[in-house]
Design a protein around this ligand. Structure first.
Ligand SMILES: [Zn+2]
Length: 225
């Protein structure tokens, strides 16, 4: 066997060996990624309302007489998940009257996250509702619109309470976004990132988002008349 043939054969074998090692490395690492699953359950009520500044701002809480808690609880975990969002935050909730949670939505909206909200029309004007504030205060420059809120205007309730974060994490349970739900009611939220489950909720959100588009509702109304 000539030296040239030996050299080519050696190079091919070495190339094949490094490719096999590389593929094994890639597969092992992809399996590690797969294992990073989120499964958590948050139960309410919390004893006290978690301090928003302490858990969501870099500066932390500067109030020496802060009346909120700096100890982690279910609400602080919810704050953490919501502020994890980088691309999109799709919120579907029957009642939204908690100013602290509305503040979080405005915060992530100002970071450039696309925040969309679906709620029930009968809850928009109840005492303490944050919907009009979200629609108006979400506007922070001429380049960005306020947070878009769509409502189910049928005679039935839009009774879901779920959030999809970046099309990757689902938060779902009994929890309405009210102060009473945080410190009074027995409530639960399941947090998970199972892709199949998340995708089903994302699809449900998109379907309702289209169904409750005011332009679609208007067209249906004009077609019926
Ligand atoms: Zn505080």
């Amino acid at each position: 066997m000539s030296k040239v043939v030996k050299y080519v054969a050696g190079t091919l074998i070495f190339g094949l060996f490094t490719e096999i090692v590389y593929q094994i490395y890639v597969r092992l690492n992809s399996k590690k990624e797969d294992k990073k699953c989120i499964t958590e359950v948050l139960f309410f009520p919390d004893l006290k309302v978690a301090c928003k500044a302490h858990f969501t701002s870099i500066e932390g809480c500067n109030n020496r007489h802060c009346r909120y808690t700096h100890s982690g609880n279910s609400l602080s975990r919810l704050y953490n998940y919501l502020t994890l969002s980088r691309k999109s935050l799709d919120v579907c909730v029957f009642v939204l009257s908690c100013a602290d949670l509305a503040d979080i939505l405005i915060l992530v909206h100002k970071r450039g996250v696309m925040v969309r909200i679906i709620t029930d029309n009968e809850q928009v004007n109840v005492q303490g509702s944050q919907i009009w504030r979200l629609r108006s205060e979400g506007k922070f420059s001429c380049l960005f619109s306020g947070i878009i809120v769509r409502t189910d205007n049928s005679s039935f309730f839009m009774h879901h309470k779920f959030v999809v974060i970046d099309n990757e994490i689902l938060i779902n349970g009994s929890f309405n976004w009210t102060r009473q739900a945080i410190t009074g009611n027995q409530e639960n939220l399941v947090v998970m990132n199972d892709p199949e489950i998340v995708q089903q909720f994302q699809t449900e959100f998109e379907n309702m988002w289209t169904e409750f588009d005011p332009r679609v509702t208007y067209m249906k109304t004009t077609e019926d008349t």
